[in-house]
Design a protein around this ligand. Structure first.
Ligand SMILES: [Zn+2]
Ligand SMILES: [Zn+2]
Length: 339
């Protein structure tokens, strides 16, 4: 089968590899669409900002049809499914306490075990979720990033009228924007240096969109909140905690979402303590996958404008460059060719 294989630092080869050999109860999914994620971009920097095992097939945001399912898997042949790509060990202290997203021994599809940037992928049966017949493949491929965002948006506890600042308007920042809007948060200020992404934030319904390079985030927040600061800040980049603390009001909350292993910021603990700022960090999805699929099924039009490019698998690198440049929001790879 054809696959995008991570070879070494910054190198992915589009090549032919043997079909996957399912182990135990594994089902095999024929991939219909696989999203490129910000973490894929970080895995491909030199040196990598996210680890990826050499000779592993990339891709962790994928959907497809089950083409192999042993009876013991209890998965139906031909089922349309979305895949939860982070396999918990189910044995460590955190798994046993129900905190599977904090598992000490995660196996991440697309980084430590072969993922979905290929024609086929073998997956443990409890990692697949059936997709509603009415939900198209492309929109369904947003399930994984949306499930991660939902893990965060639950903590943001958005109510109608919650003033909000979102730092970064990449795919994750924009998904947070959609969720904040659905929850009635207002005003929603988005800060993003890339002009194309600022346009996307406007199109997706941000109240105020600013360029942090030429404008002061704090001034924009003061203007919009009568000098109080916002109630909720989402750092969707993972390196902007200091800006978040600077923009949130006393008693407000900063949500750190983005993952950048190399980012480091300086904060003054007194700014946090004297104003009782809550700092919340969320890592991947935790029980939010079914809700993500439900929201995508019920409100496809709220989410699918974020899919800007659908490319054949062979155009993997075009997809990476399109996302790196900020020209694309969510790029999908489709092994059977673009629609
Ligand atoms: Zn992802
Ligand atoms: Zn575990």
């Amino acid at each position: 089968m054809r696959a995008a294989v991570y070879v070494s630092e910054g190198t992915v080869e589009l090549t032919t590899v043997p079909d996957p050999t399912p182990q135990g109860d594994d089902v095999v999914v024929k991939v219909a669409a696989c999203g490129i994620c910000g973490s894929d971009l970080r895995a491909l920097t030199v040196p990598p900002e996210m680890p990826c095992q050499p000779q592993t097939i990339m891709g962790h945001e994928f959907v497809g049809t089950v083409v192999h399912a042993p009876e013991s898997s209890r998965v139906e042949m031909g089922a349309r499914v979305a895949v939860l790509p982070n396999i918990p060990c189910r044995r460590c202290a955190f798994c046993r306490a129900g905190k599977v997203n904090l598992c000490s021994n995660f196996v991440h599809l697309g980084a430590m075990r072969d993922g979905g940037a290929a024609e086929l992928c073998a997956v443990p049966p409890d990692m697949v979720f059936t997709i509603d017949d009415g939900l198209d493949w492309a929109t369904a491929a947003l399930a994984e990033p949306l499930a991660c965002v939902l893990n965060g948006s639950r903590r943001a506890n958005w109510q109608p009228g919650t003033s909000t600042l979102i730092l970064g308007a990449g795919p994750i920042g924009l998904l947070f924007l959609v969720m904040a809007r659905l929850a009635g948060a207002a005003p929603i200020i988005v800060s993003e240096p890339h002009p194309g992404r600022r346009e996307w934030a406007t199109r997706m319904g941000a109240s105020i969109v600013i360029d942090p390079v030429s404008e002061s985030v704090r001034t924009a927040v003061d203007d919009a909140t009568g000098g109080l600061g916002v109630e909720v800040v989402v750092d969707a980049v993972g390196s902007l905690l200091d800006s978040g603390i600077g923009a949130v009001r006393p008693g407000g909350n900063v949500l750190v979402f983005g993952l950048n292993q190399r980012a480091a910021v300086t904060v003054r603990p007194a700014d946090i303590a004297s104003r009782e700022i809550g700092i919340h960090c969320v890592y991947i999805a935790n029980g939010t996958f079914p809700l993500a699929l439900e929201l995508l099924t019920r409100h496809p039009e709220a989410f699918n404008p974020l899919i800007t490019h659908q490319l054949p698998l062979e155009e993997f690198w075009t997809g990476i460059e399109t996302m790196r440049s900020g020209d694309g929001v969510k790029v999908l790879l489709q092994p059977d060719g673009a629609p």
